[in-house]
Ligand binder design. Structure first.
Ligand code: IMP
Length: 502
């Protein structure tokens, strides 16, 4: 069988490859990290935290990881996995993942964790939830994993790193300082609300709550020092380790979330708090962009998804879908019950969106929230590709196997008020080929669609270009032409071998 390295024509000499999601996350990049980890000697993550969720299927087993790099499934004497400096390190979840690996008889002996990674603490989860509550109807829809407040502390110079945790005296001092500051803010806000949130199961149902000081500092210190003792042997200077291996070993850099969610290049305010672009990823593992030889941009096609709030011009069912997906407690079963006839061919776009969600099992790996579904948006893709790179991998293509008619958005028609852009003025009826990454503007664009006939047959068994229907190949070449970027692979199912390399 031809190896993935041959299929993707990877360099023979040791090189560094990055995988970047160029949408809103959840494009199925975990499968390709897993596939490419056959080739890689080192697999490293550099951004995000337990807000991410990679679902990896091997045989009939499904693994969901939030923190551990997807390459862990190939942990061996000659393969190392790294959680880099830019990752928001949630030790509670990391330890749960260790337990899961142990239970499945999978090794993580060669996992290394950056000593400079910042550690997620109970106060970060609390502040994430308080902030969302304070925003009411305008919330971001975060995963509630403390990501924003953790990176906030890092920027505000009050965060704590893994290295602090390995040195209990430093940890105690810095933690107390951080908690005193946080407790002060909470007392000025709403202690009752704080009490309720501290009782959440992610916060061990109140273990860290103290009725007077809000935080039980001793309980936090005790628990986190326990975590530290479990992972201390994996902690090292991963930045230097990785830098020394560039050009000597095959390195795979695994992006988290997607460029449209990047704090630097995404569409504010509905973004995560790390930079999900290529630049953010390489920085998060201590490398430079010029250290990377190839970049694969992962695109879900010809439909796309987003989870949480925020603009989504091609959303099937528009605002109705956004609202429906944001109702708490929404689930696949409830949807099936409420809309039993929904399908990828429903006439009503809202029901068609549900049909696509069900066909693609688009329910969040981290939160189980229904992901909003819509058509592939090329203006957004053209924008996002500027921060990723050179070759596309299309994923979940088989999901639309039974779809009769496929739409691809090729331009945005601006329909909002005159808008001052600084160096030019945006007028109603202006046509935008590349998306403007601004919520106010995107809220007022109408997608201009190109219509394609569906292929309407099962492609899950396709393994070569010749196995792909002409209708699909037409769509692939349209995407290539319109983005001026080559499509190098099409994923036709969740298994490793269900991939057509072009
Ligand atoms: P946070 O990262 O939990 O702060 O959430 C901020 C925004 O990013 C929310 O809209 C989340 O739904 C979104 N988000 C965070 N992580 C992921 C992910 O892995 N996939 C998709 N969306 C995500």
């Amino acid at each position: 069988m031809t190896s993935v390295a041959e299929q993707l024509r990877l360099p023979k000499e040791p090189s560094t490859i990055a995988i970047i999601d160029v949408q809103w996350g959840d494009t199925g990049k975990g499968k390709f990290v897993d596939v490419l980890s056959e080739w890689a000697d080192i697999i490293a993550r550099g951004t995000g935290g337990a807000n991410a969720g990679h679902t990896i299927c091997i045989g009939n087993r499904t693994h969901v990881f939030h923190l551990i790099p997807s390459g862990i499934l190939r942990d061996s004497d000659d393969k190392m996995n790294i959680i880099g400096t830019g990752v928001a390190l949630d030790l509670h979840i990391l330890c749960e993942e260790f337990d899961l690996l142990e239970l499945n008889g999978l090794s993580f002996d060669h996992l290394r964790i950056s000593r400079d990674a910042h550690v997620v603490l109970p106060q970060h989860l609390l502040f994430d939830r308080l902030k969302e509550a304070s925003l009411g109807g305008k919330k971001i829809g975060t995963t509630g994993r403390g990501i924003g407040p953790l990176y906030g502390d890092r920027v505000a110079r009050t965060g704590l790193t893994m290295l602090d945790l390995l040195n209990p005296a430093t940890f105690r001092t810095k933690l107390r300082r951080n908690l005193d500051e946080k407790a002060y803010f909470i007392r000025c806000v709403d202690p009752e609300m704080a009490k309720a949130v501290m009782g959440h199961e992610h916060l061990e149902k109140g273990r860290f709550y103290h009725p007077e000081t809000i935080f039980d500092q001793d309980a936090i210190i005790k628990r986190y020092l326990q975590y530290a003792s479990r992972i201390r042997d994996m902690v090292c200077d991963t930045d230097t380790l990785l830098r020394q291996q560039v050009g000597k070993r095959n390195i795979l850099l695994e992006g988290a979330q997607g460029v449209l969610l990047s704090v630097d290049h995404g569409i504010h305010p509905h973004v995560t708090s790390s930079d999900c672009s290529l630049a953010g990823l390489v920085k998060g593992v201590g490398l430079r962009e010029k250290d990377v030889d190839r970049v694969f941009s992962i695109v879900k096609a010809p439909y796309m998804t987003r989870v949480g709030e925020g603009v989504f011009p091609t959303e099937l069912g528009g605002e109705r879908s956004e609202e429906w997906c944001s109702v708490s407690g929404q689930s696949a079963d409830k949807e099936r019950e409420a809309f039993p006839a929904a399908s990828v061919n429903s006439d009503d776009p809202f029901e068609q969106g549900i049909g696509v969600r069900q066909a693609g099992n688009e329910y969040g790996a981290t939160t189980r929230r229904p992901r909003r579904t819509g058509w592939l948006d090329l203006p957004l893709l053209r924008y996002a590709l500027q921060f990723a790179g050179q070759e596309l991998i299309l994923t979940k293509v088989d999901v639309l196997d039974t779809c009769e008619r496929i739409l691809i958005c090729n331009a945005h028609l601006y329909r909002g008020p005159i808008y001052d852009m600084g160096d030019y003025v945006l007028h109603p009826e202006d046509l935008l080929v590349k998306a403007i990454p601004n919520s106010e503007i995107l809220r007022h664009v109408s997608p201009c669609y190109q219509d394609f006939p569906g292929w309407q047959r099962d492609i899950s068994g396709a393994r070569t270009r010749a196995d792909l229907p002409l209708e699909l190949l037409d769509i692939v070449s349209f995407i290539e032409k319109q983005t001026k970027t080559a499509v190098v692979a099409v994923s036709v199912g969740r298994e490793r071998d269900q991939t057509v390399y072009l």
